[in-house]
Write a protein that binds this ligand. Structure first.
Ligand SMILES: [Zn+2]
Length: 238
């Protein structure tokens, strides 16, 4: 600053020598640069030099960071330059402000996850595939059931998904309706293909709980030596 005031050349070890600083009309040190002859606004031609380690620099960064709505380093840097400031070490200062910003830390932070409990025994005991089975229903889908004269008759179909708890293999049966008899049909088909089932696990969804409480299904399970267990409500899938 004193060199500039006394119109002396700046010392070689000055940290701003590369910016060839000049004094502007207000007596503030600003960037000289090579744009002197352009018709850009004065603040763009000769932005005011702000030492990056000063408190003012931090305030300026905070101000423009808020003004660009926390949009990140590049937006903030651009806003500061647009406003006619040249903060030395701007990149680092902006990064440190962003790093410490509580709002961004909160909003961009990692989500926390529920720590899962031990795997249930059924998933770890080796055995024939599909001896411990998870069951669930999904659907319905609209399918074209048959062609009528000039159009197609639509009807609904559901899927029953069986998954082996130890091998994670999957078997899907199509059922025609969400009734107990349809469900038993699906189950019979599944057992006929995949072999005996020891335990069936399911959630307590209404489409499952209905059939389970049914006498027919209970007899069917009893005959096949199978047991049906329900997961507790809102439990994660096993
Ligand atoms: Zn922020």
């Amino acid at each position: 600053m004193s060199c500039l005031k006394e119109r002396k050349s700046i010392q070689n070890n000055s940290s701003v020598i590369a910016l060839s600083p000049i004094l502007n009309n207000d007596g503030l040190m600003s960037v000289g640069g090579r744009l002197g002859k352009s018709n850009l606004p004065l603040i763009e031609k000769h932005p005011v030099l702000i030492p990056g380690k000063s408190h003012v620099a931090k305030l300026i960064v905070l101000h423009y960071y808020a003004k660009v709505c926390h949009q990140g380093r590049h937006f903030t840097e651009d806003a500061i330059r647009d406003a006619g400031y040249w903060v030395t070490g701007c990149k680092r200062l902006v990064s440190s402000v962003i790093h410490k910003c509580v709002i961004c830390r909160k909003l961009r932070g990692k989500l926390s996850f529920q720590r899962m409990a031990n795997l249930p025994e059924e998933r770890l005991t080796p055995g024939p595939p599909f001896s411990q089975v998870g069951v669930d229903c999904f659907g319905p889908w609209q399918v074209s059931a048959r062609r009528t004269r000039g159009s197609v008759a639509q009807s609904k179909r559901w899927g029953v998904l069986f998954t082996c708890l130890s091998s994670r293999a999957i078997h899907i049966e199509v059922v025609e309706e969400l009734s107990t008899s349809s469900f038993i049909n699906g189950l019979r088909q599944f057992i006929a293909i995949r072999g005996k089932v020891k335990v069936l696990w399911s959630d307590q969804g209404t489409n499952i709980v209905g059939p389970i409480n049914d006498e027919h299904l209970q007899t069917y399970l009893l005959k096949n030596g199978a047991e049906w267990k329900l997961n507790p409500p809102h439990a994660p899938p096993i």
